[in-house]
Design a protein around this ligand. Structure first.
Ligand code: MG
Length: 163
């Protein structure tokens, strides 16, 4: 038996394709854009990466295992509900989110004006203080599928601590 440690780190990564005429949800906030994310849920790729980071830290599988995209139950669902469910599952196992750091790669629109609200919404959804939630955004300098505006990529890292 390995010695119990009071911390766990986890990483998550997600990609969604971009298409015209769809809503764009990121970090629990709706972004003003003529394009949005192709998805079974509301397509909030930032929340999906964050959920995977939490699940990964606790070796509880991934978001696809807990909320299969073949299920009608999750069709069009507000991803904040998925995040609440993942945080509740972590709490059941005796863990809470220490901090989260999220990096969004999106060519357009510029996300800077939305970042304070994303941090607020994510922190409130996870039940932690806003200063424990970081959201960063970058373009990919027009390189690759992200740079061509075909998709959005998000990386999330979390530290989980014993509740
Ligand atoms: Mg996803």
């Amino acid at each position: 038996m390995t010695k119990d440690i009071p911390f766990r780190t986890g990483g998550g990564y997600d990609v969604h394709a971009i298409a015209p005429g769809l809503p764009m949800w990121l970090g629990g906030v709706q972004i003003e854009s003529p394009c949005g994310f192709v998805a079974h849920s509301d397509g909030d790729v930032a929340i999906h990466a964050l959920c995977d980071a939490i699940l990964g830290a606790l070796a509880l599988g991934d978001i696809g295992k807990h909320f299969p995209d073949t299920s009608e139950q999750w069709k069009g669902i507000d991803s904040k509900k998925l995040l609440s469910a993942v945080v509740a599952l972590a709490a059941e196992k005796g863990w809470e989110v220490g901090n989260a750091d999220i990096t969004i790669a999106l060519q357009r629109p510029k996300l800077a004006p939305y970042i304070p609200s994303m941090r607020g919404v994510l922190a409130a959804t996870m039940g932690i203080d806003e200063d424990r939630v970081s959201v960063k955004a970058t373009t990919t300098e027009h390189l690759g599928f992200t740079g061509r505006g075909e998709g959005c990529q998000v990386w999330a890292n979390v530290l989980m601590v014993r509740a």
